[in-house]
Design a protein around this ligand. Structure first.
Ligand SMILES: [Zn+2]
Ligand SMILES: [Zn+2]
Length: 225
């Protein structure tokens, strides 16, 4: 057994701890004015929507994120690509702490992750969004469904693409697995919110399958607009 590591500095934070006390303040929580649709921090308080949401229609109803991406960028990278699946323990609890009241207001039937393709799953060994979603669902006592939506296409990493290419890349990338339960309200969980194109693609197939409202929560959100 290796000692667990701090999500910020990646060193052992001490027995029974998930983060060093001195590192807590280094993660910046999204506060102040946010876009009422996607939850991105806004520079101009008089605005209701960010630039992206003014420009484009979304399939999701609305969403919120916990941390400003810049303050968590390196940690998210290790969480996804360096095997630090244990970070999900701290981050799942943090999502419940900061967004629990909001999620309860939405009153979802189920919490699901943005799925990854089975090839990427085989390579990485875990889906970081599923770890976040299951931790969050457990904390809030809301059902978790890992495989309600499946990723059928192994898409190119989104960070290499612009907004239009992202949409093409995501076309027909997801399907809803057959299920007997009527799911009206669903919360989708992901690690990073940028343009919303991934969440939108998932929301679109869920709405096709009869969902009324698809909300999202992300661990972090991109730069303010
Ligand atoms: Zn630390
Ligand atoms: Zn927005």
């Amino acid at each position: 057994m290796y000692p667990r590591r701090c999500v910020v500095c990646d060193r052992p934070p001490g027995y029974g701890k998930m983060i060093c006390p001195g590192c807590i303040g280094k993660l910046r929580v999204v506060r102040g004015p946010v876009c009422c649709k996607c939850g991105k921090p806004l520079r101009d308080e008089s605005e209701e929507l960010c630039k992206d949401c003014k420009r484009s229609k979304h399939f999701f109803t609305k969403g919120r994120s916990v941390y400003e991406y810049k303050s968590i960028r390196k940690s998210v990278y290790r969480f996804k690509y360096s095997g630090r699946s244990e970070y999900a323990d701290y981050y799942g609890k943090a999502m419940a702490h900061y967004l629990g009241d909001t999620i309860r207001e939405w009153d979802p039937d189920v919490i699901i992750p943005v799925p990854i393709h089975k090839k990427r799953m085989a390579k990485r060994g875990y889906n970081q969004s599923a770890l976040l979603a299951s931790g969050l669902a457990r904390e809030l006592g809301i059902p978790f469904a890992e495989n309600l939506v499946k990723r059928t296409k192994n898409t190119i990493p989104m960070k290499e693409l612009d907004a239009h290419q992202r949409q093409i890349n995501l076309k027909n990338a997801f399907i809803v697995a057959p299920n007997d339960v009527k799911l009206d309200t669903i919360v989708v969980v992901d690690d990073i919110y940028t343009t919303g194109s991934t969440i939108d693609a998932v929301a679109a197939v869920l709405k096709d399958a009869g969902a009324r409202d698809v909300y999202f929560v992300c661990l972090s959100s991109g730069a303010s607009m």
